[in-house]
Each structure stands twice: as structure tokens, then as C-alpha cells.
Write a protein that binds this ligand. Structure first.
Ligand code: HEC
Length: 216
């Protein structure tokens, strides 16, 4: 009789433990699932006002400054050390690397594009970037200062920022109308499809682009 009761209570204990164990196993899976559902339900209502465009613009400007500043420093050092032909080689390898590093550091995709691009892949503007570059040209023609022309918009949960890049005198050695034969030779070697020459000081050379996916 005693033995039987022990067995019953053991069975009850085991059952109880089994149930507890099952619930415990379910719980961690169930909790995040509920949170996900709650987040999804809340998202449509809160997505639009949650975008702080002014803060994104500030971050984008910081990213542009980081990329522009680093490129300028590298270019100046390379021009001093070896002149435009040497500097061309450095631009060729370093410019894409620097853009990648700054993008990773800032959590935003930073690049440079142009209507007349030199880099055949990264320098090529896509459809909306081409539209913005054309708009920048129109603004400059209407008398706006190229140094301050910029664009910022949120489209399909994507933050988009562009900032015009004016051509300075120092750029003309590699982007101008009268290039040295050595520079021309190097350009032909590195960029057989180059379109980025023939610029004058003050022309729009292109623009910085910053993109951030807000859905992530
Ligand atoms: C030593 C030569 C040299 C000088 C000087 C130079 N660039 Fe460039 N530039 C290049 C090269 C090479 C590339 C392509 C880099 C790459 O492959 O990403 C380039 C690319 C660019 C791009 C990216 C879009 C494109 O056409 O592919 C912009 C914008 C640009 N340069 C602006 C400037 C500006 C503004 C200056 C002056 C402040 C300047 N560059 C001076 C050699 C030069």
C-alpha cells in the first residue's frame, strides 16, 4: 500500500515536472514571437513620425565630411609626393576602400556619383541619383552656390541624401580640359571608359550620396 502510494505520487511529480518542463521550453519561443507581433502591429502607425529626418541629415553630413575629408587628405599627400600620375593610382585603389570603410563606420552607404563618371561602377548614378544631379545642374544654372546645393528625402523607407561637389582648381589636373600626356596615358590605362574630363573650375563634378535603409 505504501509502495503503491509512492509510485502514484512519483508519477504525479513526474507529470508535473514534465508539464513544467514543456511550458518552460515553450516560453522562450513564445515570448519573442509575441513581441514580434506587437512590433509589427505597432510599426505602421509609428513608422512615419518615428523618422527623425533632421537627425539623419546631420548624420549624413558627418559621413560626407568623413569621406570628403579623408579623400582630400589622401589626394593632397599623394599629389605632393608623386604628382598627378602617382596620385591617380592612389585614387584608383584607395577611393573605393575609403568609401567602404566610412560606410561601415557610419552605418550609412556613402559614395560619389557623377553624370560624367570616371569609376565605371561606383561612380555611375542610378535613376533617382541622375534626376537629383540634373536638378543640381538646374539650381546652379539658376545661380545657387554649388557649395551649398543638397538634397534629402525619405522614399520607400530609404533615407536618401546628396551633396553637390564643385570642381576646384586642384581637380583640373585630372578632370580638366588640358591634361598632361602622362595623366592622359594613365587614365587610358586605368579608366578606358572615362567620361570625367573637360571640367572647368566651379563646374559640378558630381555629388556625394548617402543612403540608409530605415526598415532594418
Ligand atoms: C590625381 C588625379 C585626380 C585629382 C587631382 C582629382 N581626382 Fe577625382 N578622381 C580621380 C580618379 C582616379 C577617380 C576615380 C576613383 C575611383 O576609381 O573610384 C576620381 C573620381 C572622382 C569622383 C567620383 C565620381 C567619378 O567620376 O567616378 C569625384 C566626384 C571626383 N573624382 C571629384 C574630384 C574633385 C572635386 C577633385 C578636386 C578637389 C578631384 N576629383 C581631383 C582622379 C583625380
Amino acid at each position: 500500500m505504501n509502495k503503491y502510494m509512492v509510485m502514484v505520487s512519483l508519477a504525479a511529480l513526474l507529470t508535473a515536472c514534465g508539464e513544467k518542463a514543456e511550458k518552460a521550453a515553450e516560453a522562450p519561443a513564445a515570448a519573442p514571437a509575441q513581441t514580434d507581433v506587437a512590433a509589427q502591429q505597432a510599426a505602421p502607425a509609428s513608422a512615419a513620425p518615428a523618422v527623425d529626418k533632421a537627425a539623419l541629415v546631420e548624420s549624413a553630413k558627418g559621413a560626407v565630411q568623413a569621406l570628403g575629408g579623408t579623400l582630400k587628405g589622401e589626394l593632397e599627400a599623394a599629389m605632393k609626393a608623386g604628382g598627378p600620375v602617382e596620385a591617380m593610382g592612389i585614387c584608383h585603389t584607395k577611393a573605393p576602400e575609403i568609401a567602404k570603410a566610412v560606410s561601415a563606420e557610419k552605418g550609412m552607404e556613402v559614395s560619389r556619383v557623377s553624370l560624367k563618371n570616371r569609376n565605371p561602377v561606383m561612380g555611375q548614378a542610378n535613376e533617382w541619383q541622375t534626376a537629383v544631379l540634373n536638378d543640381f545642374e538646374a539650381k546652379k544654372a539658376a545661380g545657387e552656390d554649388p557649395a551649398t546645393i543638397a538634397y534629402a528625402e525619405v522614399v520607400n523607407n530609404e533615407f536618401r541624401f546628396m551633396k553637390a561637389i564643385p570642381t576646384a582648381a586642384v581637380c583640373l589636373k585630372c578632370h580638366g580640359t588640358e591634361l598632361s600626356p602622362a595623366v592622359t596615358a594613365k587614365l587610358t590605362e586605368l579608366y578606358p571608359q572615362d567620361k570625367a574630363t573637360g571640367y572647368k573650375e566651379g563646374d559640378l563634378r558630381g555629388a556625394f550620396v548617402v543612403v540608409k535603409n530605415l526598415a532594418q
